[in-house]
Design a protein around this ligand. Structure first.
Ligand SMILES: [Fe+2]
Length: 174
């Protein structure tokens, strides 16, 4: 039987190699922490939008029910991109309600037993989309300082979407 103590590099190296993507660990951690807060805000807004899709009432029911669905569907897909960017930077993505509540700047809306009127739902979604933008801008600055272009690209796309949603929702109240 051949000895397992061969001297080839493959036999010597154990476990996964260290991350060496050109961004130092300190910067990667700072960006990942920021992205975790951004993920928590994005998840909370996603859930609130879905919640309102279910619970909206009134003469605007049909258009709001559909509009909320378009928005939460898009947001749901983006959550995966944000979480996977955190993993690519070498850290774990938060994935529990307890963590999201702790990290988010947006408050949840229980909507049960009483859901808000549709105008209040729209106001809360405007505020939620704007809160996601404010968090995203802060993290974008951190990513920019570390020359983390993929994170900047991801956040730029998210800002474009959430600023658009804030405008569309605000227009319903004007
Ligand atoms: Fe539905």
């Amino acid at each position: 039987m051949a000895s397992k103590k061969a001297s080839s590099p493959a036999a010597v190296a154990h476990g996964a190699p260290k991350i060496d993507i050109g961004i130092g660990e300190k910067d990667r951690r700072k960006i990942a922490d920021g992205l975790s807060r951004f993920l928590a805000d994005s998840y909370t807004l996603y859930l609130k939008t879905h919640n309102y899709h279910w619970n909206v009432t009134g003469p605007m029911f049909n258009s709001l029910h559909v509009m909320f669905m378009t928005q939460y569907t898009e947001q749901w897909t983006a959550l995966d991109e944000i979480a996977e960017r955190i993993r690519a930077l070498g850290f774990n993505a938060p994935g529990s309600y307890a963590q999201f509540v702790k990290l988010a700047s947006i408050k949840e809306d229980p909507s049960s037993p009483e859901a808000p009127e549709w105008q209040e739902m729209v106001r809360q979604l405007v505020a939620g989309n704007e809160a996601v933008c404010r968090t995203g801008r802060k993290v974008l600055e951190i990513a920019d300082d570390a020359n983390d272009n993929p994170t900047e690209d991801l956040l730029t796309q998210r800002l474009q979407i959430h600023e658009k949603y804030a405008w569309m929702l605000r227009s319903l109240l004007q």
